[in-house]
Design a protein around this ligand. Structure first.
Ligand code: CUK
Ligand code: CUA
Length: 666
């Protein structure tokens, strides 16, 4: 029996043990005493609780945790072993201050994915104060996103008309390998989309519904110049997915997609064997490395974890571009799709499009280290992290020969981050710890050795991504690390059965001292990942610049305010807004009219936002200074409707009103 297989069994046993402890330690016995009362359908099988737990453990840590969070109360203390590391303090005894005094500002922007809330959140580091939220795949009344015509059309047309998304992996655009502060890109796992957030206005400005894929999970920009946004189509589906071939594994495929960062169009895709999980790129623009599970290519969930091995896939971007340029593709729904499966002709010879590197079963994340030398592939079901040497991967005949190290770091390794001083930090989902280890020592140690591990810090509880300051750049800043813990359990006042996550701030300094847990922060469901940029790299606008929408929308001044009848059933209402009045105190339309309302906030100063609410018409705009928004609605019923401002903009905010009079059409 291989070492990996033993590790997997140990992992499953450990997981079972934790779950058994958990089942015994639930406060309300009525919820769990009747084991027979619990069953659920999984992959078409009726499963009892115990079977379900086993299936969950075997199918992957993340899915088991999802099931836990869904059907259980919190983990008991005994379920988070504190005995496999050196413990670590739970408060700040050495005074690594993270509090930022009133009036002072944070050093870093943190961009958090919001999971199935669909939004991006901006959090200041080190204070961990939430600064703003940016709606992306969701609608957000507070910002009028999904209420004005422009954002509604984007969500409905390019966005495919879904009401929500599940964003996991935020990425910052790069120029010469540095964050250029222009854009943030993020995936939607639920509907196979990628969105772009404009970092001048901190607003979503484009969404692409990637053709031919159901789900985009891993998502990254191609370093160093953001040539593409790369997205992993996670779920294998028949292609075309038209109801035929649903039980024929040969007809299923997963696609790796490249999206143009400017046009936001899908420019090529690569067909691969096995599912695609997470992806990162090397620093030189050649390699993209994706983790992969289900090398079995099962079409039912039970078959996806039979084998002891899976693989990482290494995409050679220039080789793929050459194949596309040479016309060696099949066009599917307007996208050139090249064949990168193992048996493809394009994978023969010295320049294969995709190299398949054998790894322990079901790896999770891939992160490339700051110097670009290694890709770190966390084992998830194996307690190891596989280090892939990117300088060698193009040279060796057998890609497995590019495996440069495989330290054993602990149970349930999911994600790795870096301090720039030779240390890696890996989150351990099952152990509820962060393991810090020495990269070069791991490269010199035997595969499977735990010698490179320097220290472990308990976190609370079950970490997914961890991220240190600018760890995804060539020059990480160290100092702080955030552990995004899936469960908060007993760390906060109870708020009902849907618990917050817990984002914990850990001081790492330059990596020479011990890690220190400094603060807990409850997180609304459900962040997966975050990315940090020094404040000097981001330069947001304080008001809108009307030149940015010239030709698309008017700038409506007080003088321009008025009603223009377009035809018998259409009117265009234009109005300005300022403290504390709209450009018209009232306006009249006819019953049944389609009303297009265009409003400009003519304020020249920052921070004075005006809203527009029209009762009983579902109209809600939020307009920043110098911005113009439009909304189209139907004035169905005759009557008087009091339009009011939703942002508390001045002492006369309450008086900021206008009347919409809808005349009967008789
Ligand atoms: S993630 Cu998407 S399942 Cu580990 Cu990057 Cu949370
Ligand atoms: Cu404008 Cu309140």
């Amino acid at each position: 029996m291989s070492e990996d297989n033993t590790d997997t069994e140990r992992f499953v046993e450990e997981h079972e043990r934790q779950i058994n402890d958990l089942l015994q330690d639930v406060e309300d016995p009525a919820q769990t005493s009747d084991d027979d009362g619990f069953s659920m359908q999984l992959g078409g099988l009726e499963l009892g609780r115990r079977d379900f737990m086993k299936a969950g453990a075997a199918a992957g840590v993340a899915s088991a945790a999802g099931a836990l969070a869904g059907c259980q109360t919190a983990l008991p203390d005994s379920a988070t072993p504190n005995d496999s590391g050196d413990g670590g303090s739970q408060g700040s005894s050495s005074g690594h201050g993270h509090l930022v005094a009133p009036g002072e500002k944070d050093e870093y922007y943190g961009f958090w994915s919001g999971g199935h809330s669909g939004e991006i959140r901006i959090i200041g580091i080190p204070s961990m104060r939430e600064l703003q939220r940016i709606p992306v795949f969701n609608t957000e009344a507070a910002r009028g996103y999904g209420y004005d015509d422009q954002t509604t059309e984007m969500l409905e047309n390019e966005g495919g008309g879904y009401t929500w998304g599940d964003n996991h992996h935020p990425n910052l655009s790069e120029t010469d390998g540095e964050y250029d502060g222009e854009y943030l890109y993020v995936n939607d796992k639920a509907n196979g989309r990628i969105a772009r957030v404009n970092l001048k206005y901190f607003e979503t400005d484009a969404i692409v519904d990637v053709p031919n894929v159901q789900s985009v999970h891993g998502c990254t920009v191609l370093s160093p110049d953001t040539k593409y946004i790369l997205g992993n189509g996670e779920f294998r589906t028949p292609l075309p997915n038209d109801g035929r071939d649903v039980n024929d594994p040969d007809k299923y495929t997963a696609l790796f997609s490249a999206v143009d960062p400017e046009s936001m169009e899908t420019v090529w895709q690569v067909k691969v064997d096995g599912n695609l999980d997470i992806v990162d790129t090397g620093k030189e623009g050649r390699w993209a490395i994706a983790s992969c599970y289900n090398s079995e290519e099962a079409v039912e969930i039970q078959g996806m974890t039979h084998d002891d091995r899976d693989y990482a896939k290494v995409f050679d971007i220039p080789a793929i571009e050459e194949a596309v340029d040479a016309g060696e593709y099949e066009e599917i729904n307007g996208v050139p799709v090249v064949d990168g499966t193992r048996d493809s002709d394009l994978n023969e010879g010295d320049d294969p499009l995709v190299r398949y590197v054998s790894t322990p079963k079901s790896p999770h994340c891939v992160e490339v280290g700051p110097d670009g030398k290694y890709a770190f592939i966390a084992g998830k079901l194996s307690p190891t992290v596989t280090m892939l040497d990117l300088d060698k991967i193009g040279e060796v005949d057998d890609p497995s020969d590019a495996v440069a190290g495989r330290p054993k770091v602990g149970l349930g390794p999911l994600h790795t981050t870096f301090d720039g001083n030779g240390h890696a930090y890996t989150s351990l989902f099952i152990d509820s710890q962060v393991a810090k280890w020495d990269i070069e020592e791991a490269a010199n140690a035997e595969l499977g050795s735990s010698d490179p591990v320097i220290e472990k810090q308990d976190v609370h509880y079950n970490p997914g991504h961890i991220q240190a300051l600018e760890a995804m750049t060539t020059d990480p800043d160290g100092e702080w690390l955030v552990s995004l813990n899936k469960l908060s359990k007993d760390r906060f006042l109870p708020v009902g059965p849907i618990h917050p996550d817990n984002d914990q701030l850990i001081h790492i300094g330059d990596g020479e001292k011990e890690m220190e847990l400094v603060a807990d922060h409850p997180a609304y469901p459900e962040p997966h990942d975050c990315i940090f940029a020094h404040k000097d790299k981001i330069d947001p606008a304080t008001t809108w610049d009307r030149e940015d929408y010239e030709g698309e929308k008017p700038f409506v001044t007080e003088e321009d305010s008025g009603v223009e009848r377009i035809d018998e059933e259409t009117v265009h209402v234009k109005a300005s807004s300022k403290r504390s009045e709209y450009g018209m105190f009232d306006f009249t339309v006819k019953e049944g009219d389609e009303v297009r309302l265009t409003m400009t906030n003519v304020e020249g100063v920052r921070d004075i936002i005006h809203g527009v609410a029209i009762p009983e018409h579902d109209v809600n705009l939020a307009i920043a200074p110098q911005d113009t928004r439009e909304v189209t609605f139907t004035a169905d019923d005759p009557g008087v409707y009091w339009i009011y401002c939703t942002y508390f903009c001045s002492a006369l905010h309450l008086e900021m009103r206008s009347r919409m009079i809808v005349e009967p059409r008789d």
